[in-house]
Structures are given as C-alpha cells and as structure tokens.
Design a protein around this ligand. Structure first.
Ligand SMILES: [Zn+2]
Length: 382
C-alpha cells in the first residue's frame, strides 16, 4: 500500500528554498540520494557544466562611503526570464535615496528606495524605483514582481549600514554591478532499475528538485519529487521488463537545463519510450486533476488502461516535458488544477493534499508499469 505519509514527510524534509545552483538545492540532492540508498540502490549523480552569471563588484556609492551589496535576484534567473529583457543583469543607477514609497511620485527625479524590514504580506520587492533592502536576505522574498513593468533592480545592503544610509548628508547614491559570465557544474540525481527483457528501452519518471527563488516550492515541486521516490519504491518490488529511470532534475526553473541535458545524453544510448512528469498541482482545495498528453495516439493508449473518470487533454506543455517533446519522445503528465499562481512563498507543505499525492502517484505508477511491460502484452496479443 502507498503511504501518503511517507511522501508528505519528504515534502516536509524539503521545506527550504532550493533554487538551481544554490546550497539548498545541493542539500536536497543529498537528502534524495540518502533516500535512494535506503532503498538499496546507488544514486547516480549526472554532472554537467552549464552557463552561470555572478555579480561582479556590486557596490552602493554615496557621499559617506562605499558599501558592498548583494543583488536580490540571482542574476542567472534574470537572464533566463526573457520577459525581463536582461534588465538588471548589469546595473548603474544614480538617484536620490528615499524612505517613502516613491510609487506615486512623478517628480521625474530618479529615486532609490530604502526598505528596512521584510514584509511577508507584501513579499515582492519592487516599487517603481530601484530598491535597497536593509535586512538580511529573506528566503521568502519574491525578489521581483512577476508583473513589474518596468522591472527595477533590488539589492540587499548589510543592515549595519542602514543608519549611515539614512543619515547620509547628501542622499544621492549610485548602485552598480557588472555581470561575470562563466560556467559551473550542475547535476541531476538518477536511480535506475534495469529491465529484465529490454534493458535498452527506457521509461523515464521525472520531477524537478529545484524551486523558484523566493519559495520552498512544496507543491512545485517537492511533492512531485516525493511521488517519484514512491514510484521507485514500488518498482523495487515489482521489477519491470523495460528499464525504468527515475530522475530528479536540476534547473527546471532555469531554462530546463537538467532535463535538456538528461535527454541529450540518454537518447544517444537508449530508446526512451515515455517520459512521465510529476510537477505541481498537489495543493488542497484545487479542482480535479487531469492528464496531459501531446498526441491523439497517446490519448488512445492511456484510455486502454485508465480506469475511472479523469479528463485527458491533448496538448503540448511546458516544463521538463518540453525537453522530451523536442525529440519526439511521448510524454505523460498528471496535473492538478492550482488555486494559486505558481512560485509564491505561500506554496508550503501545509498546503499539500495527501489524497492528491496518493491519486497522482497511482496514475504515474500505472502509466509507468503499463509502458514497462508492453513487451509481454504485445506478445500475448499476437
Ligand atoms: Zn514546477
């Protein structure tokens, strides 16, 4: 029997921000690797190099001195969000420091706003002026408004400088940084159960382990990761005929880099029959889940084994499925209708619905099982 409790425990274990490339993500990868070892398997760490951007010389200069600051939005995410148009990757802004919300002013003078405390009820930094945040980095801060237009940069200033800034004799200041572009290592965590009959044909079950900056991402996507781990547990005692790979991707929120790299490597040596994605939609009080497949034949296939009423939608979709669809690999996803927009700090473990976890895990295992044993079924039918 499937215990949603076990999956919920993992969601609670992953209750910290895990943006791609962060220490949090590395910690989450270790937690998952330990879980895989506990099932008697060796986790595979699939490492690869990818682009990265570090801020160079991030500085606030004003009459009384120079202060080192920290851009509030990790620069790689600004580069990866096309709607920002690259604004804020490199910054040089001179303006007047103000403690007022400058949103309503129309004086035409450039302003740089000072915030001295994090307000969880308004967890979005930008007003319409560049922001200096005079408090320690708050992991639940969404460092930019999703709809901020135009986007304005924000930076953390060490709180010990707050007083000096407020008392600056001439409150004119310059905020600046440059971008240092380079590469660094990333990794997907993978587990594998070898197929007994057709080991080079593969069913892939995946979930992204990284979270969007500013949230612990319980539904998007700690819960999806927990579902894939439970699927692995199930296959440990139900060995498949085709190989089944379980992948916890890095960087879905950062240009899908983990899944792109996984497909690129795996497709060279193995035939991927199906990619099953578990990503989001596990919250309580949402509408019913539905299945999303990219083609009519896929829909017909799902109908051959699916029992019970659930909507099947034929639509290509976003997220890690795209990396597989780009190579004409069929995909399957169970999605719960979300009540909240994704990527908010309110995406917390308390919001996860155990029944949804159980339901989505059942459909995912069923799809994987049907695909993994298709050989036997086809032979039997001939
Ligand atoms: Zn997601």
């Amino acid at each position: 029997m499937f215990g949603a409790d076990r999956a919920l425990n993992l969601v609670r274990l992953l209750d910290f921000p895990r943006p791609c490339g962060s220490e949090g993500e590395a910690r989450a990868q270790e937690i998952l690797s330990d879980e895989i070892r506990r099932l008697g398997l060796d986790p595979i760490h699939l490492e690869f190099s990818g682009w990265w951007i570090e801020p160079e010389h991030p500085i606030l200069e004003f009459a009384d001195g120079r202060i080192e600051v920290e851009p509030a939005v990790p620069l790689p995410f600004q580069a990866a969000c096309p709607w920002m148009g690259g604004v804020g990757i490199e910054v040089e802004i001179t303006g007047v420091l103000t403690e007022e919300d400058p949103g309503g002013t129309s004086s035409g003078i450039p302003l740089i706003a000072l915030h001295d405390r994090f307000q969880p009820e308004a967890a979005v930094a930008p007003w319409s002026a560049p922001q200096l945040l005079l408090y320690p980095p708050a992991p639940e801060l969404i460092p930019y408004a999703m709809l901020a237009d135009p986007f304005v940069p924000s930076a953390y200033v060490p709180p010990e400088h707050a007083r000096a800034l407020r008392q600056a004799a001439r409150p004119r200041a310059t905020l600046s940084w440059r971008a240092k572009r380079g590469t660094r290592l990333f990794r997907n965590v993978v587990a594998k159960i070898l197929g007994s009959a057709l080991p080079h044909e593969v069913v892939v079950l995946g979930a992204h382990l990284d979270s969007f900056p500013g949230t612990v991402g319980a539904s998007d996507n700690a819960a999806g990761c927990a579902v894939i781990l439970e699927a692995l547990r199930w296959f440990r005692s139900n060995p498949p005929e085709r190989t089944v790979r379980f992948v916890w991707f890095t960087g879905e929120e950062l240009d899908r880099r983990g899944s792109k790299e996984f497909v690129r490597r795996t497709a060279q040596s193995e035939t991927i029959c199906l990619f099953i994605n578990s990503d989001g939609g596990f919250e309580s009080e949402t509408g019913p889940a539905w299945i999303r497949v990219p083609t009519e034949p896929m829909k017909a296939w799902v109908e051959t084994w699916l029992q019970g009423a659930i909507t099947i939608e034929v639509r290509s979709s976003d997220g890690d499925e795209e990396s597989f669809q780009e190579r004409q690999i069929p995909t399957f996803r169970v999605v719960g209708r979300s009540r909240q927009s994704a990527h908010l700090p309110t995406d917390l473990p308390e919001g996860i619905d155990p029944d949804k976890l159980a339901f989505m895990r059942r459909l995912i295992v069923e799809a994987a099982w049907q695909t993994s044993r298709a050989v036997a079924r086809n032979r039997g039918g001939q």
